[in-house]
Design a binder for this molecule. Structure first.
Ligand code: UD1
Length: 345
């Protein structure tokens, strides 16, 4: 197939952590990704890594998705666009509490503007980044897509819930879209080439980048946020998924939507591994995968933390024929190679 015949997929936040890995999967599956990023939380150097992995030039535009004229230009100049994967959003939980207007403005403003421009250009298919944060602390585990949505524990979480509601209401209005909400569990890891990975700008808050920086000697021991939770080893349980597995779910999602005859259509899928891993087990997985010891101290619980959550993946397996293929050790090994490539950054 010549390059010009490949379906063009707009990837907002395409230079970000999950976005960049999804770009690789799109190229491997015969799509032409068009990257859009405002580079507020990513770097231009990501593009060089992506082009080295993909072995070709990629189209990347510096546009804030709230910029209607900028987006319209892009749809015009790059068109026709077959579908959109919308990652672009601010995602730091504590920052969202300090800057609620910024989070609501950015995460919801960009979604609404994007949907309006998609409507104008007749682009139907959208994959939306949602989060397992919408479930809060579920009463029953594992969580299925029918598990009730809980009151949001942060402004960030609220933007994901409201984003989901906006998309539901759009579908209810009979707008001819096909929309897939992917509720991510905890993405970790990096591309095994160590050419792209998670680039924490500023001090990381999430466990995996903290483990990497601690192992690299860039910070002290890991602070475990409590070991008195009601779990086998007393530390919180999460469902850690390799970012490449997560990326693959998006590309399968696009293909699935393209094969559906009906619109409007809304599909909600959990994307995890189905396995719960405690904080201590995550540290052990890193040690096993890399042979490097991790020091930790047990500190107080983090306010707002969830005790345990992991996905029921039956629906995503049935609908997309997708399941995670990589282990947490694979993810830790790949992430560590990336950290080494970063060389102290
Ligand atoms: C957090 C957000 C979630 C967001 C996700 C993005 C909360 C409550 N949830 O999820 O909305 O989608 O990040 O990846 O903030 N931990 C430590 N020490 C640390 C850091 C983390 O023990 O220094 C523990 C946490 O208690 C938790 C686990 O590691 O049990 C994972 O934490 P983290 O990476 O921050 O992710 P989540 O809390 O699951």
């Amino acid at each position: 197939m010549s390059e010009t015949m490949q379906p063009k997929i707009l990837v907002t936040g395409g230079a970000g952590f999950i976005g960049s890995h999804t770009v690789v999967d799109l190229v491997e599956n015969g799509y032409e990704p068009i990257l859009v990023d405002d580079f507020s939380n990513s770097e231009h150097s990501v593009l060089a890594g992506l082009e080295a992995i993909c072995g070709r030039r990629l189209h990347c535009h510096k546009v804030d998705c709230r910029d209607r004229a900028g987006l319209t230009n892009l749809f015009e100049s790059e068109g026709p666009i077959t579908g959109v994967i919308h990652f672009a959003a601010s995602k730091a939980v504590s920052e969202s509490q300090d800057k609620p207007l910024m989070y609501y403005g950015n995460n919801l403003g960009s979604l609404i503007t994007l949907l309006e421009v998609m409507g104008e250009f007749g682009v139907r298919d959208l994959v939306f980044s949602s989060s397992c944060t919408v479930y809060g602390q579920p009463k029953k585990l594992p969580v299925t897509e029918e598990t009730p949505v809980a009151e949001a524990a942060s402004v960030y979480g609220a933007t994901k819930q409201i984003g989901e509601n906006i998309l539901r209401d759009l579908i209810a209005s009979a707008a001819p879209h096909r929309i897939m909400l992917l509720r991510y569990f905890n993405p970790i890891g990096a591309h095994p080439s160590a050419l792209i990975g998670e680039l924490p700008l500023g001090a990381p808050q999430n466990l995996a980048p903290l483990i990497l920086q601690s192992a690299a000697g860039m910070r002290g021991p890991i602070q475990i946020f409590g070991d008195d939770w009601d779990t086998p080893d007393g530390t919180c349980i999460r469902d850690y998924i390799h970012v490449l597995d997560l990326a693959a779910a998006h590309v399968k999602g696009l293909a699935w939507m393209a094969g559906q005859s009906e619109a409007p259509l809304l599909e909600v899928l959990n994307v995890g591994t189905g396995r719960g891993t405690s904080v201590k087990e995550a540290l052990e997985a890193f040690e096993r995968a890399t042979g490097r010891p991790i020091e930790y101290e047990v500190g107080p619980r983090r306010p707002g933390d969830i005790e345990k959550i992991y996905a029921d993946c039956e629906r995503v397996e049935r609908v997309l024929g997708w399941s995670a293929t990589r282990s947490i050790e694979d993810a830790m090994r790949d992430a560590w190679a990336w950290q080494e490539a970063l060389g102290g950054r």
